[in-house]
Design a protein around this ligand. Structure first.
Ligand code: GRF
Length: 232
């Protein structure tokens, strides 16, 4: 990043858009230059437009096929040329060539403590696991921000926020508690990447000392080896 140039982010969404809203609200070190969706009814759109951010929807029907929809989304992102792509509830699988072209520049928020519960229905599965263990082990759940690679929820972990599962939890109460954490964690990570306090190197997240300290203050978890790594 050159001095003085703003760090740009494109947010991809498919649904409710609450993480997108929080990325917009809490932007300090970056500027969101576009919100792109595969669903014209995505909830984050109105909020993005009110904030003066370009909001682009490409649905499958108007594109004609899934392949054309993905191509069109891809070319909108290429045109916006962001420094970072933030997947905030984006429910469409990215093509490998896209992921490879933007290696180290795509981050995703996932509602579980990866590597546990990759994929869908994370809150239900976390509750089931908790109940099967009669509440004795793994009473924790949470969310993860990670770099995106060609697998599903397999890329290098950047940071996690956790909460306790309690016996009276339902999927809904647990989801709400995790979503509250997502709204804190995701903007924090994106602000830190934009400030070059978190960087991608050798397929891993690397952290400045400042960010390691901040994570501890917020109660966020960094990968185990984080204290050994520093950004330059
Ligand atoms: C969040 O739980 C996120 O972790 C997951 O999809 C959900 C999106 O919620 N990937 P929202 O659209 O940001 O409200």
């Amino acid at each position: 990043m050159g001095e003085g140039r703003e760090f740009t982010v494109v947010v991809l969404i498919s649904g409710r858009g609450s993480n997108c809203q929080n990325l917009i609200r809490q932007a300090r070190n970056y500027s969101i230059v576009g919100v792109v969706s595969n669903n014209a009814d995505a909830g984050g759109f109105a909020y993005a437009r009110e904030a003066g951010i370009e909001a682009i929807a490409v649905d499958r029907e108007s594109a004609g096929s899934l392949a054309r929809q993905k191509q069109q989304i891809d070319s909108h992102i290429e045109e916006l040329a962001p420094d970072l792509i933030a997947l905030a509830g984006y429910m469409q699988i990215l093509e490998n060539d896209f992921v490879e072209r933007f290696e180290g520049k795509i981050v995703n928020i996932h509602p579980s403590l990866l590597p546990r519960f990759k994929g869908l229905d994370t809150h239900k599965r976390a509750l089931q696991a908790f109940r099967q263990a009669s509440g004795t082990t793994n009473p924790e759940h949470g969310c993860t921000v990670h770099y995106v690679d060609c697998g599903i929820d397999t890329g290098a972990i950047i940071a996690q926020a956790r909460c306790r599962i309690i016996a009276s939890d339902t999927e809904e109460t647990l989801a709400a508690r995790v979503l509250h954490l997502e709204h804190r964690l995701f903007p924090w990570v994106v602000n830190a990447i934009a400030a070059n306090e978190i960087a991608y190197h050798d397929r891993q997240a690397r952290f400045s000392q400042k960010v390691i300290e901040q994570a501890a203050e917020h109660g966020f978890l960094l990968p185990e080896c984080a204290s050994a790594m520093e950004v330059g």
